[in-house]
Write a protein that binds this ligand. Sequence first.
Ligand code: ME8
Length: 659
Amino acid sequence: MSKPFYVTTPIYYVNDVPHIGHAYTTVAADIMARYNRMCGREVFFLTGSDEHGQKVEKAAIAGGETPQQLADRVVTRFQDLWKRLNISNNDFIRTTEDRHKKAAQHLFKHVMDKGDIYLGAYEDWYCTPCETFLTELQLVEGACPDCKRPVDKIKEESYFFRLSNYQEALLKYYEEHPDFIRPESRYNEIVSFVKGGLRDLSVSRMSFSWGIPVTGHPEHVIYVWFDALTNYLTSVGYPDDMARFEGSWPADLHLIGKDILRFHAVYWPAFLLSAGLPLPKRIFSHGWWTVEGEKMSKSKGNVVNPHDVIDAVGVDAFRYFLFREVPFGLDGDFSTNGLIGRINSDLANNLGNLVSRTLSMIEKYYGSRVPYRPEKDALSPDDRQFADLLENLHGEVTAHMNQQTFSKALDTVWQRIDAANRYIVTNEPWKLASEKSDRLEPVMYNLYEAVRLVCLEIYAFMPATAVELWTQLGLTRAVGALEDIVPRCASVTEDRVRREPFQWGWVKSTPEQQITIEKGRQLFPRIEKTEKNLETKNEVKKVEQTAPVQEMERISIDDFAKVELRTGKIIAAEKVEKSDKLVKLQVDIGTETRQVVAGIAKAYGPDVLVGRNVVIVANLKPAKLMGIESQGMLLAASDENGLALAGFERDVAPGSRVK
Ligand code: ME8
């Protein structure tokens, strides 16, 4: 069996509340895990929690609990968020688990036996909130350079790791593995840091006890970073199941934020070199999220809670936004406008339109039957060119995914979506249909394949949406669920890569075995910015999207004449109790007064309604809304700015016919 693709996130400190920063790294790892699984590779995806250290100990004591109780209580905040974000991790490691204590102690002892850990005395500045020792030179105006808080001078007996011995070996490794640290700017940063010289590293503490004791010297606990980094070994069987460990290690990708690059790109490889273990293949250090231009901080109260964003726009739109908006590796700014703009333009407009137009046309022209596959050689040059363009998509996206250039991967997909929308406009399938042209079928097949191939490439980013779209394409029923069938048909083994599902033409609907689409709910609704917008309470509203006019069924003037539209004047209005949407209106339509219940309360209060001219559908059958009879309907439209009632530019006498 081939080695699984092994991807990790940092293990997060339990004493924090998860925010978009944590979500960012974890979703990135999920994207890598899902993409690789979809391509038929076996994957092992690890995340977890970092539960030891002085901060946890202090917080627990302050709250009257044991550190373990605190950890048990708050670790669920992360686990719950990962569930909600649809994170597909294979393991969740907690550093307080026995398997991990054993692994950390084992690695520590191994390195000590090798002669790389010795007993010394430590005296330096220590920043407790950051759990970092600092040299005099690193201090900024006598305080911690990162959190700016005061530091303490600490002197204690400590075990040291001979990091200074590894300077040359590390530099050699970096040189021989230019891909080891990504992006390149971070690689350069680490190389120059290591060239500047390395001091031995204190790897044990006596000043607190909430940690893993050093075997045989229980008055020392293992330094949190030595403890934490070892988690990447624990989870794959170290040290008890070395067969499994050897089949899984090294990790292919450690995903981290730039704040913890040095720990991963200098200390961690040095520990591994000392222990004689292989080094991870790549460390990717991504950038930092700020919020509306400012650093996120509890004191500023601007920490973005992922749950609020999910409540507002849904899981997949959030996941998409994080990776489309900012090139992975660079810093990014989270803003309401950016979020809503992206969702509306990329998801609702570009992708949403392609999907709804394609499915509606298949429904209309073929009674939902998936068009038959044309022979590629029989395609016209234009159709052939488009089919080739689709077929190249997977290779291009995979190349970006292998480099973790996620925004470029998405750009590539959206270029195809744009090309497909242009293909519709240029080829005007509705004309081909009315002319009963033979070209309709190849054009529609191409569009179907465009949606299907796009569906596969967006799966890692928006898994639930893609799975549902796959069903709407009729494929779950016809061939199997996306997450089952695609990896199976795309298997990657040591000597063979199969990629059929990513090729144009994989779907074959035949007269004998027809595949039919199952048009379902609108997958990409527009998000309307409400007055109380996301900046404050993440409150946005989804609005239904309308199909492009050219694909709607045409009606005759006689059909239209059946709708009796009249002008009316609102003479009384009151809110419907227990409803935040409905108002009860009395509308003068000239010959009589009609009671109308309308869902406009969010946009119009009763006071602004009285006296307003409206258009009413006067021959609608009466209906009951929340138990109140409604004898007509008002005309209104809504867009991203909300709902607006139809009216007239001057007062028109009530009861006049609208035509
Ligand atoms: O450092 N923007 O845990 P931690 C982007 N326990 N990413 C952010 C972010 C932001 N504003 N804020 C946090 C630790 N992150 C250690 C790790 S690993 C062996 C031990 C993300 O809870 C980013 O991935 O402070 C960063 O590296 C991580 O959260 C830090 O998480």
